[in-house]
Design a protein around this ligand. Structure first.
Ligand SMILES: Cc1cc2nc3c(=O)[nH]c(=O)nc-3n(C[C@H](O)[C@H](O)[C@H](O)COP(=O)(O)OP(=O)(O)OC[C@H]3O[C@@H](n4cnc5c(N)ncnc54)[C@H](O)[C@@H]3O)c2cc1C
Length: 292
């Protein structure tokens, strides 16, 4: 492997211009945990890398009104440990805390995790279930992309080559919101998920479903959602019957992939088990779930 030239632009505009000038030979690098592995394996061979680490304003976690804003170069460890994220989006903090191992989480960034578009990732499902939106900047300007729609296939996103994710906005809800992320690993405690389930409930004052979202990761090239099952939950009491129905719908609708972490048959079974468990969490008092 010939070492690529590393360029360190001081602004997103400069970074986008470098990328636009060389669509085939240049790639963005953030933490490098995914890209450097791909380079070592010979899957990609960029001649130059555009590093994001000197661009001001791309890292950090802030709150503006009812939006939690997380910069693209914020590490997963920072997201997981942030008191702000833990208080307003605890399922996201948890999803980031179970990625790989501390060495990965201390370097890997949220923007890199999203842009990598690996189907077996944890944070995207949690972000999608919370209705988060990526902000991307390119030579033609900026745009918002719902995290749910970012990935289009194996390692494919809607991002253009010269577009950068700059930050992610997560809406903050008032009382009545509950959210959870369940990661199921089959090989080792540091592994990527065999199945990951993020669920979010917004309940009305009687505790019935105002809106339910369930997003399943790692079972297909893109995030798995079953809108009809979610729509059918509106107005219902949150109980074991509802959890079972939603879980069965998700298991029936999935077209599971197979890999070293599990067969298609096994994944379908585990989708049902984990979706049921995720929704059942909302039937218990919140303090019980928080201490689980
Ligand atoms: C041993 C190991 C275990 C892992 N386990 C897990 C796990 O359990 N769960 C999980 O979710 N992930 C896991 N990962 C993946 C890890 O989380 C990702 O590799 C990491 O988040 C990528 O972030 P990065 O900053 O290192 O990205 P990089 O490696 O720098 O970049 C990844 C890709 O995204 C592009 N990119 C980076 N930043 C941006 C940006 N701001 N805008 C546009 N494009 C960008 C790059 O060009 C590249 O194509 C694991 C990785 C390793 C090596």
């Amino acid at each position: 492997m010939t070492a690529p030239v590393v360029r360190e632009p001081g602004s997103t505009r400069e970074a986008c211009a470098l990328l636009a000038a060389d669509p085939w030979g240049t790639k963005v690098v953030s933490g490098g945990t995914a890209l450097v592995l791909m380079m070592r394996q010979g899957l990609v061979a960029p001649q130059s890398l555009v590093a994001l680490w000197r661009i001001p304003g791309l890292a950090g976690i802030t709150r503006a009104g009812d939006v939690l804003r997380i910069g693209a170069t914020t590490t997963l460890a920072e997201v997981a440990a942030s008191p702000l994220v833990r208080s307003v989006a605890p399922s996201l903090a948890h999803a980031c805390s179970v990625v790989g191992n501390p060495r990965i989480r201390n370097v890997a960034t949220l923007g890199g995790n999203l842009a990598e578009a690996d189907y077996a990732s944890d944070p995207p499902a949690a972000l999608a279930s919370l209705g988060a939106r990526c902000h991307a900047t390119g030579p033609d300007g900026t745009r918002e992309i719902p995290v749910r729609d970012l990935v289009t296939g194996f390692y494919e996103t809607v991002l253009d080559h010269a577009e950068l994710i700059t930050h992610v906005d997560v809406p903050i809800a008032g009382p009545g919101r509950r959210a959870t992320y369940l990661k199921y690993r089959t090989r080792s405690s540091e592994d990527r998920p065999c199945v990951g389930v993020a669920a979010r409930l917004d309940a009305d004052e009687r505790g019935r479903v105002r809106e339910l979202d369930v997003v399943v990761a790692a079972v297909a090239p893109t995030l798995h959602r079953v809108p009809a099952a979610l729509d059918a939950a509106a107005g219902r009491a949150v109980d074991d019957a509802l959890a079972g129905e939603v879980a069965r719908s998700y298991a029936e609708a999935v077209e599971p992939l197979e890999d070293a972490r599990g067969s298609a048959w096994y994944r379908r079974r585990m989708v049902e088990v984990l979706v049921r468990r995720a929704v059942q969490r909302f039937t218990a008092p919140e303090e019980v779930v928080r201490s689980a």
